[in-house]
Structures are given as structure tokens and as C-alpha cells.
Design a protein around this ligand. Structure first.
Ligand SMILES: [Zn+2]
Length: 352
């Protein structure tokens, strides 16, 4: 796992997609501006949808009902669409990667799981809400999995999903910069998206970058050099690791601990990235103190009575949508049917 070399950069087909997301996120206004000023209606609706679902999940976690997963397939779809629109420029659903894929929401035993298949038109996204301590952590897992899906779909566009495209140089670069799924491409895009959570949601969401480096280091059998951490920290600092030296030391320590563990455990950690388990949650679940601390974080969520858009704006959107219905049949709608369904669902969440 290393920084891109000059040779990698010369054949890098995926880097420009990541740069595009970075430029897009830099151009967006912050949450305060979106909420307080008229306009930005689509972004308002997405932000409201995210916050409404977060409140729903927070209440579920606070009540402590552990018998039923609070995420219905509709919730998963709504959150995935809203987070894609807000943080990934709508590329997964209605942008450059749009494909006639279907979702598989089957439950996961870890935190989350995602796969993009090459031979079938199928994308899988699972987020297991019960394995999370806070609603904010659930958002973090969604973003983690969406970053994977964004990258996988960009590989798919270039026929590199299975690493057997005609362009051998591009494949070699992909291997160097994607590794087992948590190497430079993932780290760079996750850092960009994580930085934007502060700007667009008003609070920081941990996407699990440090854990991802630990996993990748173990799979590759080596820890990246300090310069790798320094480069990532120039994009956005790692949560709880204010310096590159501290982050590097943490990964090194974890790597040495893992290395001295028994073979059986190593087998487990070497499992294929397909079906990204992200599973190490048992410790957290058992640690009451940890849960108590994380629940404190719920207080940082925006208050429920803080809708991102006014009732008037929601009505105007409905009127606009009805007026543009004739355009739908001509393929002139700015959003696909799936997007419109989700927008309407967000409006309903606001009024109930
Ligand atoms: Zn992952």
C-alpha cells in the first residue's frame, strides 16, 4: 500500500472521478447556507431525508429495542439515494454510472456489505443497523459502502472490475491503488467525503478510514510509510488521530498485534474483500462504557424541529413535479423515477 507513483498516475483512469467529486463537494454551500437561504431545494430535500431517518434511527437506538432491525428496505434505499446525491454527486443512481441495476438489501452479519457484480446487473448494499451504537455510525457505514460502490462502478465503466481488461497498464495501476479495496483510491475518496460531512451535515461522520488502513495493511502484509498518512491528513485529519505520526503508530501497533495472533485468526482476516464484512463489532457491542459515550454523540445531531426546507418550499416542489410530469414520458425529467419517489418520501417524512 503506497502513494501513487509517476507510473501509476500516467495510467490512472479512476483518479479523475475522485477529483471530480472533490471539486463538486468544494463547490457546494455549507448546511447553514442551504437551510437559511431560499433555493438549493434538491439539496435541502436530501439533507432533510438524511436527518429525518437519522432521528428515526436515534430514537430506536435510545429506546434500546434490539429485536428488530429499524432499517427497512425503503429506509436503506432512501438513505443510499440521499447520501449518493449529497456526497457523490448523484453518480451512482442518476449520474455517470447509472445502470439498470437492482438492489439486494439482504441482512448482513457485520456493519455493512456491498458488491457490484460484473456479469449480472446487480448491486448489493447491506447495512446492519443493530450492530451500530449510534445513528451517526450507521450513516458512516452507508458512506463507507457507497464509496466502495462508487469505485467499483468506476472500475466497471472501464471494464476493470475483474482486473482483466485489455488495458494492462490501467489494470496494474488499479491493483496498486485499489489493493484489496481499502487502499489509496478508497482512502482518498473516503477522506474527501468525510471532510464534506462536517460541511453538509454540520457534524463529523467517521467513515472508518483508520480501520480500513489496518485491514488493508494486514491483507497486504505491510504498513504504509508515514508519507502515506501525511498525504491523507492533508485532505482531512483522521478522527482521534490528529497527527500522521499518531495514525501511523496506531496502524503499526495493530499490525504487530495481529501478526502475533494465531493462524486461525489470520485465515479470518484474509477473507476476500468481496462481501466486505467490516465486522469487528463484538467488542463494541459488549462494551457498555463505549455505548454510553457514543450515545452522548446523539446530542450533536440537529434538533428534530429544524427542517431543512419550509412547508412552502415542499409544496412548491410538489407543484413543480406535477407540472413537469408530461416531460417524464419524453425522458426530460431531471431525475429518474426512483429519485422522484425518494424525494416524495422525504416530503412525507417532513409532514408526519
Ligand atoms: Zn470496506
Amino acid at each position: 500500500m503506497s502513494l501513487p507513483s509517476a507510473e501509476d498516475l500516467a495510467c490512472d483512469l479512476i483518479g479523475p472521478y475522485i477529483t471530480q467529486i472533490e471539486t463538486h463537494l468544494q463547490s457546494l454551500p455549507d448546511r447553514k447556507t442551504v437551510v437559511e437561504r431560499p433555493g438549493f431545494l434538491h439539496l435541502k430535500l436530501q439533507l432533510h431525508g438524511i436527518e429525518a431517518l437519522q432521528q428515526l434511527l436515534s430514537r430506536h437506538i435510545e429506546i434500546g429495542e434490539k429485536s428488530q432491525d429499524p432499517l427497512s428496505p425503503e429506509n436503506v434505499e432512501s438513505l443510499a439515494l440521499a447520501l449518493d446525491y449529497t456526497f457523490l454527486q448523484d453518480n451512482i443512481f442518476d449520474g455517470q454510472f447509472d445502470a439498470d441495476f437492482r438492489w439486494d438489501f439482504s441482512s448482513s452479519s457485520g456493519l455493512g456489505e456491498s458488491t457490484v457484480s460484473n456479469d449480472q446487473v446487480k448491486t448489493k448494499l447491506c447495512v446492519h443497523a443493530l450492530n451500530h451504537a449510534t445513528a451517526k455510525d450507521i450513516i458512516g457505514t452507508f458512506l463507507h459502502e457507497l464509496v466502495h460502490i462508487f469505485l467499483e462502478m468506476s472500475f466497471k465503466v472501464h471494464g476493470m472490475l475483474d482486473g482483466e481488461s485489455e488495458d494492462k497498464a490501467a489494470d496494474r495501476t488499479k491493483k496498486a491503488l485499489d489493493g484489496n479495496g481499502h487502499a489509496w483510491y478508497f482512502q482518498r475518496l473516503a477522506a474527501i467525503v468525510e471532510k464534506a460531512t462536517m460541511k453538509l451535515l454540520g457534524y463529523h461522520v467517521d467513515i472508518g478510514r483508520l480501520d480500513a488502513i489496518k485491514k488493508e495493511s494486514y491483507k497486504q502484509g505491510s504498513v504504509p510509510e508515514l508519507a502515506y498518512f501525511e498525504a491523507l491528513l492533508t485532505i482531512f485529519p483522521m478522527p482521534g488521530k490528529p497527527t500522521a505520526v499518531a495514525a501511523h503508530a496506531s496502524v503499526l501497533e495493530d499490525f504487530e498485534e495481529q501478526d502475533s495472533s494465531d493462524d486461525e485468526e489470520q485465515e479470518e482476516h484474509h477473507s476476500d474483500w468481496e462481501g466486505d464484512g467490516d465486522g469487528d463489532v463484538e467488542d463494541a457491542e459488549d462494551d457498555a462504557e463505549f455505548l454510553k459515550e457514543r450515545r452522548q454523540e446523539l446530542k450533536t445531531l440537529p434538533p428534530k424541529s429544524d427542517p431543512c426546507f419550509s412547508a412552502l418550499e415542499a409544496r412548491l416542489f410538489l407543484v413543480w413535479w406535477i407540472l413537469t410530469l408530461p416531460c417524464a414520458s419524453k425522458g426530460l425529467m431531471p431525475f429518474g423515477k426512483r429519485r422522484v419517489r425518494m424525494l416524495l418520501r422525504n416530503i412525507n417524512l417532513n409532514t408526519t
